[in-house]
Design a protein around this ligand. Structure first.
Ligand code: PLP
Length: 444
């Protein structure tokens, strides 16, 4: 079974160079930290391109497949441009992500808009820009979107987001008749939605069904079950409404390897299960092969990214833990404090030194829960060491904040020894840019 880079923790190009330092994309990480300061997000282009190729190759035999990158994982203008060059379209979930794509010159006919509470303003912008698909999440949105389209004298193509009664978390997977989820139409509400679209909402053109069962998926069976349900539903809709829908969106969710305990399937393993399930179902029900959409986010960008921190103060609790503090933390990576996410790390300036101590890497923010890595074995750490935390490409920058009024870090794209800044570090001035002091507070 061919591997894909979601199955490894570090970027493909990670090595130790002749200076004895860690190197990614041909760039010495200690030099990057010097040049761009820390914290710093580093994205390895080769790793990113490699996973894109894995997706394209794995689905090559199925002609009608549309690969959309779930931009909520990491959305910047350069990343969008790079993925568009690789042939990917985009799943956006806000006006901000949509605007990023638009300003980056992305073809609007490759964009699908998701979300359970898109605003009138966002929907209106998307209709004006002429995006390819709206994944409509609920009854209120059906009515709102039809109204917006009608006022603009347009017809828009939609998918219905449904909750197929499958839900998976990292290590568990449940199937129920009804999912108590905020996303999508319950299976029992599909007929009512269809009747409304057919009879009332003349400016909505239904193309197919959409489901997304969860994130960090390790079991390919989830995709098989999802396809069984979706195609059975297409057949039922054809029989009952005489409506032939030819698109299914399977969502994203393929897992990545954060620590040695994680064993996600390869892209190829996932693709084979998907293609086989579609063929089986379509033969069984004599339904023609639908266009399939996939929306991977995490598995595309996650392990292409690392975060560099400079280590600072240390604290040995008597008879307790040893804390080593980094110059970042929950504001640039909220995942550990949000849901105990685990990461591995190395000291970039002495990757080959023997591990001598078990420490807890603390963030710098004013929350006891701001811990980057709990109990990690490292060589003897010193102030000024550069810590490289692996697999931070997804849901780090995109979930970052200015907590404690700190500036968001810069991001660089590395390839073949070249580094290009793709997001500038925020300045102190950026932090107060939108502040206003009402004149009545000013003493004259
Ligand atoms: C979050 C999300 C994705 C991407 O999920 P990943 O786990 O990052 O691959 C895709 N589709 C929808 C609808 C989502 O909400």
């Amino acid at each position: 079974m061919s591997d894909s880079v979601n199955q490894i923790i570090k970027p493909l190009t990670t090595t130790v160079n002749e200076n004895g330092n860690l190197e990614i994309g041909g760039c010495d990480l200690v030099n990057l930290a010097k040049e761009y300061k820390t914290p710093l997000y580093v994205i390895d282009e080769d790793t990113l391109v490699s996973i894109c190729n894995s997706y394209k190759e794995a689905f090559a035999e199925y002609k009608n497949v549309k690969l959309l990158y779930a931009s909520k994982a990491l959305c910047t203008s350069a990343i969008a441009t790079l993925l568009s060059n690789e042939g990917f379209g985009f799943d956006v979930v806000s006006g901000g992500e949509l605007y990023t794509m638009y300003k980056a010159g992305i073809d609007m006919q490759t964009i699908l808009f998701n979300g359970n509470n898109k605003t009138e303003e966002e929907l209106s912008l998307a209709v004006d820009l002429g995006i390819a698909r709206f994944s409509v999440d609920n009854f209120s949105e059906l009515s709102l979107l039809d109204n917006i389209a009608k006022n603009k004298n347009k017809t828009v193509d939609i998918l219905l987001r449904i909750t197929p009664g499958i839900e998976c978390h990292t290590h568990e997977y449940i199937q129920t008749g009804h999912l108590d989820s905020k996303f999508g139409f319950d299976m029992s509400q599909i007929d009512e939605a269809l009747s409304l679209i057919i009879n009332n909402y003349k400016n909505l053109n239904l193309k197919g069904l959409h489901a997304h069962t969860g994130s960090q998926i390790f079991e390919t069976k989830v995709y098989k079950d999802e396809i069984d349900i979706l195609i059975k539903e297409l057949v039922r809709i054809k029989d009952k409404f005489g409506l032939t829908l030819n698109e299914i969106n399977l969502g994203g969710g393929l897992g990545v390897k954060y620590t040695e305990q994680d064993n996600p399937p390869s892209v190829k393993e996932m693709a084979d299960i998907i293609i086989e399930a579609i063929k089986l179902n379509c033969e069984k029900y004599k339904y023609f092969y639908p266009t399939i959409y996939l929306e991977p986010g995490r598995s595309i960008i996650s392990n292409a990214g690392v975060t560099l921190y400079t280590l600072g103060s240390q604290k040995q609790v008597p008879n307790g833990k040893k804390y080593v503090s980094a110059d970042g933390g929950m504001a640039d990576n909220p995942r550990p404090s949000l849901y105990q996410a685990e990461y591995i790390a190395q000291i970039a300036n002495k990757p080959n030194a023997k591990n001598e101590e078990t420490v807890t890497i603390a963030g710098r923010y004013c929350e006891s829960g701001d811990i980057i890595i709990e109990n990690i074995k490292l060589p003897k750490t010193e102030q000024g060491d550069i810590l490289c935390v692996y697999n931070t490409g997804s849901y780090n920058y995109s979930m970052s904040s200015n907590y404690n009024r700190t500036q968001k870090p810069a991001m660089v794209l590395v390839k073949s020894g070249q580094s290009d800044m793709i997001v500038m570090r925020e300045t102190l001035e950026d932090l107060i840019r939108n502040d206003i002091i009402p004149s009545r507070l000013k003493k004259c």
